[in-house]
Design a protein around this ligand. Structure first.
Ligand SMILES: [Zn+2]
Length: 120
């Protein structure tokens, strides 16, 4: 489990001990996603030598996305509306699950980003 590999480093950061301990005992990706909203948490993942490269890419891209400026919205299926954002590096991101879990670390665009790019 990648997570236990850098748990020692993470526990040094105040506030994460509970999250780390519980995750190592029973992996909790929901909790990981929640903790990932914190910049300190993301930095700890990114600088750890043993963290999986794909995970680092994911955490890095999500960090960029969270700090990005909203530039518009695109309607999704089932009445959902997704926010389109632009990062400091110029990448266009989306708040939909597909962008988050599939496209963020691949560097590709979800259909909402593609739709946004067509009209901008
Ligand atoms: Zn999307």
């Amino acid at each position: 489990m990648f997570y236990s590999a850098f748990s020692d480093e993470l526990v040094k950061i105040a506030g994460y001990k509970g999250a780390i301990t519980s995750h190592v005992n029973k992996p909790d990706w929901g909790r990981f996603e929640l903790e990932m909203q914190d910049q300190k948490f993301r930095e700890a993942v990114l600088r750890h030598k043993k963290a999986d490269p794909k995970l680092k890419k994911y955490v890095g891209e999500i960090g960029q996305h969270l700090a990005a400026n909203p530039v518009g919205t695109v309607p999704g299926n089932k009445g959902a509306t997704y926010e389109i954002r632009k990062t400091k590096t110029g990448r266009v991101t989306c708040t939909c699950p597909s962008w988050r879990y599939v496209h963020s670390h691949k560097g590709t665009d979800c259909k909402h980003v593609a739709s946004y790019k067509k009209s901008h």
